[in-house]
Unconditional design. Structure first.
Lengths: 394, 367
């Protein structure tokens, strides 16, 4: 009923993608997303520079820092068109979506000048050092230590981070570490920016359920974070870490939904070809998946619009739980539709993509806050139910 | 497009919620149920005649306010939250869309009456709402109508629209009380709605009672609007029954703590809340964008989601209330009965879901 107010922007992006995601970049289409994150890394880094040359990296950043200053709605348009065109998983996502906005808000002028241009240009890549073997859902239980070197003012970091996506392909890592001896929980933490290429840092890939390895363990042994690379004040690390997560806001999930839609298309196509489309139970599940995807889109749009009302807050809290469980169910549906052929490893790229969906979507309900943590958040922050009691085995 | 409520929409919703909370506390709802008519005439007079709720989506040239589907969905949500025993859905989501779809002068002439406070419904076979379920025969000065419909929602409404076979085609009529039809009230599992039998044994109506012009109206779209309203009401009912459950479990103490503090219970409430968020986002999204390409399919899916949601919310409410959940005294059963009873209104949700599957699997259309 309504005219798309972003028609011109949409056309511009569509045209740019059609003329650039081609030729030597054509193999990147639909590659490099979650579960396939270590695919074609060199070419994908080149693609980041191609995007940068077209000014399509960091489009939501302010123009002063090389962005386009796009509104949330316009960024959604970019993500949708990027996803529709089969744009590959973004190697620069952590820098663009998390580090950049955090530095723009909390960084020093020198930090901004040092780091923002490389992110914007697609020449420096970042990874995230939050989780540890003993600090997963309980992120406050961080044990990696940062010790001040009184002579240089630098920080010496020792400990282990884990589930660090693409650390082996990144240049920098941001690290949440404990800088106050004897502190516990969210107090006494520090937020540091560290180059990965230095003595005392060892990166070990972790082979995943689907065979690939986009995650890593990162070991630190008196590794150096320079004095000028503390974001915020020592002891304020938790505040910065949480602010960084809030920048995510789910804009990129709109692009992700385009990939979801393409996955559902592929499932429908296979169902038509192999006769699964005639089975009532499969039909009901496919229909239900389609409805869930439509609802997910509207849910994301409502969340991104930033309605301050309590029910909108509950919706925002529900969003991750909703999309991750939907996607996990889709993976199982894909296998059920493929039937016996789905359970045989072969080279058919369409089937392989759906098998990877089946396997890696198991991670969707674990990373970024497990289902169980999401339900706690909805119950406690959304519905005002009592908080979980803390244990004493620390 | 922003999918957040405007200030005006927020006011509409909050005013409606406040009024219904005030006028329809549990005791009053129970009094209506025991009266056996499924309608609170006083409340209906307030919202329809005084506050003009039924005028909301009627075009301005028919004495309406000309507002959109989002405002209507908000009212339905508020009504569902309190199980308001008034024919609001039948009037605003069923009869008005059909009258607008008919598009004739005779149909439009009825709209100012509804805007002024008359109730209306569409009497149909609940299993095949699109089918003409009566028979019309031309007689001198009009038509003779024959047939029996049961169960019908709000059969005692001021205007009852019916569809009848007429020769090879169909014709639409607006029945008013006293035309010779027989109405018998039925006791429903859900006593917050009025159910009954509409019987016509060769009832002669004047040609003026015919409100179509021979062409079939876009009935499917009108029924999709009705489906949207029904789902919005169910989302509201889910909210209502969840809220009373959350209030109960926050007070109920066992093992020295409120039962709301148990993770087993928190997670079930949170899971329901996540499903509620999904269904509500779909209600607002469908109502606000009203994209003609996907409207009917999205409503079909919404029907299935909302039906499932409201039933589970009511079922969990009973379970989480424990023993008192199966007593007459506590309210969960009222929602539980509404949830199951609604399932049969306008066709069952599985059939709606299969329409989506057919679209995705029997055409080359994109998901």
């Amino acid at each position: 009923m309504t005219q798309d107010p972003h028609h011109a922007l949409r056309a511009e992006i569509r045209n740019w993608m059609a003329t650039h995601l081609t030729g030597r970049f054509a193999p990147l289409r639909h590659r490099g997303h979650a579960g396939d994150g270590d695919a074609l890394p060199d070419l994908r880094k080149e693609w980041e520079r191609e995007l940068a040359a077209g000014r399509w990296t960091c489009p939501g950043w302010p123009e002063d820092w090389g962005g386009r200053g796009l509104s949330v709605a316009e960024q959604v348009v970019f993500q949708e068109e990027y996803g529709l065109a089969g744009g590959p998983g973004r190697m620069g996502h952590i820098g663009e979506g998390l580090v950049g906005p955090t530095l723009i808000e909390f960084g020093t002028e020198a930090q901004k000048r040092q780091f923002l241009p490389g992110i914007r240009a697609g020449t420096e890549f970042w990874c995230q050092g939050y989780s540890e073997p003993g600090a997963g859902s309980d992120l406050g239980n961080i044990r990696t230590r940062a010790r001040l070197d009184p002579e240089t003012g630098n920080w010496l970091v020792s400990g282990q981070k884990v589930w660090t996506s693409l650390a082996h392909l990144s240049d920098w890592i941001f690290v949440l570490a404990r800088c106050e001896e004897g502190s516990v929980g969210r107090n006494g933490l520090i937020f540091l920016l560290m180059p990965l290429n230095q003595p005392g840092i060892v990166i070990q890939p972790i082979r995943q359920i689907g065979g690939g390895a986009e995650f890593n363990s990162v070991f630190f042994d008196d590794s150096v974070a320079k004095a000028e690379h503390v974001v915020g004040k020592p002891g304020e690390g938790w505040k910065i870490a949480m602010a960084l997560l809030a920048f995510e806001r789910g804009i990129s999930t709109l692009g992700q939904q385009m990939a979801f839609s393409q996955e559902l298309d592929a499932i429908c196509q296979i169902a038509r070809e192999n006769g699964a489309a005639a089975r009532p139970a499969i039909r009901a599940r496919i229909a239900r998946a389609w409805v869930g995807l439509r609802a997910m889109r509207y849910l994301a749009m409502r969340v991104l619009a930033g309605d301050p009302s309590p029910e909108a807050r509950r919706e925002a809290l529900s969003y991750k739980y909703h999309w991750s469980n939907w996607h996990r169910d889709l993976g199982r549906l894909a296998m059920d539709v493929m039937g016996p052929e789905g359970a045989i490893l072969d080279d058919d790229p369409r089937r392989e993509r759906l098998r990877q969906l089946f396997l890696f979507s198991r991670a969707d309900t674990i990373y970024g806050g497990t289902n169980e943590i999401q339900l706690n958040l909805i119950a406690e922050q959304g519905l005002g139910m009592p908080r979980e009691p803390r244990g004493t085995l620390i | 497009m922003d999918l957040i409520l405007t200030e005006d929409q927020r006011v509409i919703r909050e005013e409606a919620r406040r009024l219904l909370a005030d006028r329809m506390p549990s005791e009053r709802l129970r009094a209506v149920i025991s009266e056996g008519q499924g309608v609170d005439a006083g409340l209906w007079a307030t919202v329809a005649a005084e506050l003009g709720w039924c005028a909301l989506t009627i075009p301005e040239d028919c004495d309406g306010l000309g507002l959109g589907l989002t405002e209507l969905a908000l009212l339905m949500e508020a009504a569902g939250e309190r199980l308001a025993p008034i024919p609001l859905w039948e009037t605003t989501c069923l009869a008005i869309p059909i009258l607008l779809a008919l598009g004739t002068e005779a149909a439009h002439a009825l709209l100012p009456r509804i805007a002024a406070g008359q109730s209306a419904t569409f009497a149909c076979d609940p299993r095949q709402p699109e089918a003409a379920s009566l028979t019309a025969t031309p007689v001198a000065g009009g038509f003779a109508l024959t047939g029996r419909l049961s169960p019908v929602l709000s059969p005692r409404a001021d205007l009852v629209l019916v569809q009848a076979r007429l020769g090879e085609g169909t014709a639409w009529f607006a029945l008013e009380p006293g035309m010779g039809q027989t109405v018998q009230t039925l006791a429903g599992l859900d006593g917050t709605r009025q159910w009954g039998v509409l019987q016509l044994d060769g009832v002669t109506v004047s040609a003026l009672a015919r409100i179509d012009a021979g062409a079939a109206p876009a009935l499917r779209h009108a029924l999709a609007l009705a489906g949207l309203g029904l789902a919005a009401q169910q989302v509201g009912a889910a909210r209502g029954v969840m809220d009373l459950t959350l209030a109960y479990i926050a007070e109920r103490v066992q093992f020295g703590r409120t039962i709301a503090s148990f993770q087993a219970i928190k997670h079930r409430c949170a899971g329901l809340e996540a499903d509620l968020a999904e269904a509500r986002a779909l209600v607002y999204g469908v109502a606000t964008t009203a994209d003609p390409a996907t409207f009917a399919l999205e409503v079909a899916g919404l029907r299935a989601l909302a039906q499932d949601l409201v039933f589970r919310a009511a079922q969990e409410a009973i379970q989480l209330h424990g023993g008192v959940g199966i007593t007459w005294e506590y309210d969960p059963h009222l929602y539980f009965k509404r949830a199951q009873s609604d399932r049969g209104v306008l066709g069952d949700p599985e059939a709606h879901l299969d329409a989506i599957a057919a679209h995705l699997l029997e055409t080359e259309a994109k998901a």
